[in-house]
Ligand binder design. Structure first.
Ligand SMILES: [Zn+2]
Ligand SMILES: [Zn+2]
Length: 173
């Protein structure tokens, strides 16, 4: 896209443009990818400089290349692993209490890795949020089932679930 944008005037040799989205705002900023003039509200500061929101969105879509089936498989895996994880967390939390936190991190990491691989390592916009919510929900179901047999596991069971949910959220970003 090589549109030319009219220069309103020059100030000390610097061209002043009207923001492409807000014609009444003057700006010297331009998107460094498409050249569109953007005001400070429209500019997004990226690692490579100021860009317009459209360019940022377009590049993000290139990064998120999961097909719907990858998302579905990831979320089904999240549901299953969350439920099993919730049930298994209860005897561990019941018998070793505080020390179960030591076990939680590697297990949460393995569970997040399992979801990531189930989706064939494809990223999707907000997949991490959805997967974390699914794990939170089915994990809680698992904890409620486990509670019938391991009543003392409730507190640390919930803590383990919290660690797992945040790990999934971070890993699938
Ligand atoms: Zn742009
Ligand atoms: Zn603007």
């Amino acid at each position: 896209m090589t549109e030319t944008w009219p220069v309103l005037r020059y100030e000390d040799g610097v061209p002043i443009y009207a923001c492409a989205n807000h014609p009444d705002r003057e700006t010297t900023l331009r998107c460094n990818r498409c050249g569109k003039p953007i005001c400070t509200d429209c500019a997004v500061l990226t690692d490579v400089g100021y860009r317009c929101k459209e360019c940022v969105y377009e590049l993000e879509n290139r990064f998120y290349h999961a097909q719907p089936r990858h998302v579905v498989v990831s979320l089904v895996a999240a549901a299953g692993l969350g439920f099993i994880g919730g049930i298994l967390a209860m005897p561990i939390a019941h018998f070793i209490g505080f020390w179960s936190i030591l076990v939680a991190f590697p297990v949460a990491g393995a569970l997040a890795e399992g979801i990531w691989r189930a989706g064939a390592r494809h990223r999707a916009r907000r997949l991490n949020l959805y997967a974390a919510l699914v794990v939170a929900f089915t994990g809680l179901m698992g904890i409620l089932v486990g509670l019938l047999f391991f009543p003392r596991g409730l507190l640390f069971g919930l803590i383990l679930l919290g660690i797992t949910v945040t790990t999934v959220y971070g890993r699938l970003r």
